[in-house]
Ligand binder design. Structure first.
Ligand code: 5GP
Length: 146
């Protein structure tokens, strides 16, 4: 995997506003927040996308994500948030090192002052049950066993 800005942040070669750190995970404030409190949660393992991450790093992330979300909410006063995780350039991933965005959703005056947070387009369509049944079976068959 190519070196990224997050590798340098993890190695403390570039400063950041750290909010959490353990052996496997680092969390820090996004340098261009779309809402006040916008936080990035990053595994120290250098995997490009979530599907390439080891089970151990995934477990470490899963263990601390809710706690970090609670901290962000408590510190900002937000009561809602989005958890965003982009994988691949066409999926809006700019930094090719796995990361979760914790993005508070502020309302009213707080949104005007601190940023509106994530805007979502959700182009839903009715499911084709015949095709979906086959697809679900195919995904199930291809899932790796731990
Ligand atoms: P992506 O589009 O890859 O999901 O999001 C990458 C995020 O990393 C962006 O929100 C961007 O603002 C943030 N980012 C990029 N470079 C830096 C940096 O040097 N420091 C910090 N704190 N955040 C960064």
């Amino acid at each position: 995997m190519p070196e990224t800005i997050f590798s340098k942040i993890i190695r403390r070669e570039i400063p950041c506003h750290r909010v959490y750190e353990d052996e496997r995970v680092l969390a820090f404030l996004d340098i261009n927040p779309i809402a006040r409190g916008h936080t990035l949660v990053v595994p120290k393992e250098p995997a490009a996308t979530l599907d390439q991450l080891s089970d151990d790093s995934a477990a470490a992330l899963g263990r601390v994500l809710p706690r970090i979300c609670r901290g962000v909410l408590a510190a900002t006063g937000a009561t809602a948030f989005n958890l965003l995780q982009n994988n691949g350039t066409i999926a809006h991933q700019a930094v090719v090192h796995v990361h979760f965005h914790v993005i508070p959703k502020h309302a009213g005056e707080a949104a005007k002052a601190g940023g509106a947070g994530l805007g979502i387009q959700w182009p839903a369509r009715a499911i084709d049950h015949a095709e979906a049944g086959q697809l679900a079976e195919r995904i199930k068959a291809l899932l790796e066993r731990p």
